[in-house]
Design a protein. Structure first.
Length: 334
DNA sequence: TTCCGACAGTGGGGTCGCAAT
DNA sequence: ATTGCGACCCCACTATCGGAA
């Protein structure tokens, strides 16, 4: 591990402030865009489909927190161990916890671990996880969020020993469009573009942009229909998003489920049923044969495009997002 | 034995036209 | 006049089965 003083120029030091180890830092959230570009002032990284986590190490204490501040240290004990074994005793990292299905990162596979909170069961799950670290927010009593991204990454590289399950998230400079094409060709989720000289922003930022290959959207489940024919459990989910203080209906989703998932969803949703529709745009929401549920469950829905009418075209169910809070679900920019 | 492709079945949004209300 | 419904187009996806490798 290289000393901070060796890694930072006198100019850099002007952007660094002493700070005691923070218990929480609001992570940067990237903004979705379809305007893909190449720019030497930007860095481009692979977009990983996993669980965003900040890692805090303060001496013997190591914690992994999701972006909703949920402590998942017991879910990823081997990551805790790996960080505890590093030389640096005071550090805050930003990265993504991922699992693989073959050579692809797979959120679906990671889901098998997300709800495990017993470290023994988590270790025994057979689902190997990795922590792809892409940012460094704090080290050795200093707040580094005021530094430019390039500098933070350089310091990060010289702060940790990157051996599995800790991995440095590689980036490339300037060639954003090529990066995006490569990402889609390889079946990745997309690419993230980051302004190279940008300081660490708290919350949604346009200094970080998402170039997505597949389009998906997190939506709140507000109801479900009866199954038809030979199907069991439920027919389709009615999903929506928050807009102007209400829950706006987005579409029905009736495909992408296995028989097992249909049964699980029906079991889970029937427990939170309610008499009234949670959707606030009363007209245009199907009502016939619909069972309403309290709007607290978040599902990830793949689709091809938003229609003129504000519906999703070709929607398909991709899984629950138990790591997301229903209250935060809004429509992403098209 | 495993793998792959075709097919049936269930479901979506949008549009159209017809029948019931 | 409005509403409901089925048929049709596009499409996504799972489950199954039989034949190829």
């Amino acid at each position: 591990m290289t000393d901070l003083s060796e890694l930072l120029s006198t100019e850099d030091l002007e952007h660094v402030r002493p700070r005691s180890h923070p218990s929480w830092v609001q992570p940067t959230l990237a903004t979705l865009t379809h305007d893909h570009f190449s720019d030497p002032a930007w860095l481009y990284e692979r977009k990983l489909d996993g669980e965003r986590c900040l890692a805090f190490r303060d001496g013997d204490s190591v914690r992994f927190l999701t972006r909703n501040r949920k402590d998942v240290s017991d879910t990823y004990p081997e990551l805790v161990d790996a960080l505890a074994a590093q030389d640096v005793a005071d550090v805050v990292l930003d990265g993504e916890v991922v699992a693989f299905e073959g050579r692809q990162t797979s959120f679906a596979r990671l889901q098998g671990r997300l709800q495990l909170s017993d470290p023994k069961r988590a270790r025994a799950s057979g689902i190997e996880v990795f922590y792809y670290v892409f940012d460094l927010l704090h080290r050795d009593g200093y707040d580094l969020t005021g530094l430019g991204l390039r500098t933070r990454k350089n310091v990060l590289r010289h702060t940790l020993r990157f051996t599995d399950p800790l991995r440095f998230s590689v980036h490339r400079v300037e060639h954003g469009e090529a990066m995006y094409r490569e990402a889609c060709r390889k079946g990745w989720e997309g690419a993230i573009a980051k302004r190279g000289d940008g300081s660490y922003h708290h919350g949604r930022s346009t200094d970080w942009l998402k170039f997505k290959c597949v389009r998906d959207q997190e939506l709140v489940i507000g109801g479900y229909t009866e199954p038809q024919g030979s199907r069991h459990g439920l027919g389709a989910l009615l999903v929506g998003y928050h807009d102007h203080g209400g829950l706006r209906y987005a579409c029905k989703v009736g495909t992408g489920f296995t028989a097992k998932v249909l049964a699980q969803l029906h079991d889970e949703l029937s427990r939170i049923s309610t008499d009234a529709s949670p959707f606030t745009d009363a007209q245009d929401v199907p009502r016939r044969g619909v069972h309403w549920v309290r709007p607290r469950t978040v599902a990830q829905i793949g689709f091809t495009e938003w229609t003129e009418a504000g519906r999703l075209r070709h929607p398909r169910y991709q899984g629950l997002r138990r790591d997301k809070d229903a209250r935060d679900v809004v429509r992403e920019q098209t």
